[in-house]
Design a protein around this ligand. Structure first.
Ligand SMILES: Nc1nc2c(ncn2[C@@H]2O[C@H](COP(=O)(O)OP(=O)(O)OP(=O)(O)O)[C@@H](O)[C@H]2O)c(=O)[nH]1
Ligand SMILES: [Mg+2]
Length: 331
């Protein structure tokens, strides 16, 4: 099968060949990537372009950062909301586009790989709670930003991307799992026991198969199911069209394993707008510690409205709370 290249592609290619510096070469390559028809017959050219783009990007980035040492902890995102979830995956899988759909963040989205070079945070609303999402640069067997190791350690969970518009999607996603493993970050299904090796940090992970709108998505999904063998809970979505996003929002909140608890002052109505989000199974004393660190020891009892209690029932400090309980703490 011949690759029918549009005329502008050849113009861009001519610019690439004439370019005198890596920046101009990269700009021309990115144009070629956008103009290249993406189908079976052009797969080799696509792969070739991807490699050149990623190599040049690395080269340019390296030249920029090599003289000065990167300051440690340059990227730190103090946890906000009910928890922090990182978006990891191969290049071009739609991580950044998904972030724009779930939050108000505006990372660059583009039709070529290695668009995201730095992490971008955003807050996702889910009912009356918020979850912090962090878009990360892509990971491949060869391309890995070292700060990803720190940012994944700080996170509570991960979304692992699979590109349903790419025949190499499953392999690219498995390469992400393997590369993170080298950095002692293990992507595991939610609810897994802690890893034996303490140097390994396990991240509860949801698999996000994106670009479900692609015409060959179904067949690729079947192949992916075989390759990934039900390793993670699967969410099939289209960031572009919005399919599956309401379910994904809920799953992202659920994977954090937290509950919502509303506090109230005696004689006053509860503040139903800003729940605390302690881990499921937390007690009255645990909640008190979240309200104020001195309160954890000081709290003696609580009145609770909600599940498993009569309205306003008085309970001890070891009482286990439930989702949506309203709690009045007493010292
Ligand atoms: N058809 C389709 N295209 C999508 C979808 N999601 C993302 N894209 C496109 O895929 C390309 C890459 O999207 P990005 O969000 O930049 O991908 P990324 O994973 O952040 O890429 P890197 O930053 O390189 O890792 C863009 O052209 C998007 O418009 C989708 O659900 N369907
Ligand atoms: Mg991106």
């Amino acid at each position: 099968m011949a690759v029918n290249l549009p005329p502008h592609y050849h113009d861009a290619e001519a610019r690439y060949k004439k370019a005198q510096n890596p920046e101009d070469k990269l700009a021309a390559l990115k144009e070629m990537w956008v103009l290249l028809p993406k189908h079976k017959a052009s797969e080799k050219v696509q792969a070739d372009l991807k490699t050149k783009i990623s190599e040049l990007t690395d080269q340019i980035e390296h030249a920029k950062t090599a003289p000065k040492k990167a300051a440690p902890g340059t990227f730190k995102f103090p946890r906000q909301g009910a928890g922090q979830v990182v978006l990891v995956g191969p290049p071009n899988a739609g991580k950044s586009l998904l972030l724009t759909k779930l939050t108000k963040a505006t990372p660059t989205v583009a039709a070529y790989p290695f668009t995201t070079r730095e992490p971008v945070p955003g807050m996702m609303d889910h009912e009356d709670v918020r979850v912090q999402l962090i878009d990360l640069p892509p990971v491949t067997a060869d391309a890995y930003e070292n700060f990803v190791t720190d940012l994944t350690r700080a996170a509570d969970a991960a979304l692992l991307f699979l590109d349903l518009a790419d025949d190499d999607g499953p392999a690219a996603t498995l390469a992400v799992v393997d590369r993170l493993k080298l950095a002692r970050r293990e992507l595991v299904p939610p609810g897994s026991p802690p890893p034996d090796d303490p140097a390994v940090y396990a991240l509860p992970t949801l698999l996000v198969a994106n670009k479900a709108d692609d015409e060959a998505a179904d067949i690729r999904l079947e192949i992916a199911r075989e390759a990934l063998g039900g390793r993670f809970p699967l969410h099939v979505v289209s960031a572009e069209r919005g399919d599956g996003l309401p379910e994904l929002r809920k799953a992202i909140y659920d994977v954090l394993g937290v509950m919502r608890v509303y506090t109230k002052q005696p004689g006053k109505p509860a503040d139903m707008t800003n729940p605390f989000t302690p881990p499921i199974g937390s007690t009255v004393a645990d909640l008190a510690g979240k309200v104020h660190k001195d309160l954890e020891d000081a709290v003696k009892s609580a009145r609770v409205w909600g599940m498993g209690v009569h309205d306003g029932q008085t309970v001890g400090r070891d009482h286990v709370l439930h989702d949506k309980d309203v709690v009045e703490l007493h010292t």
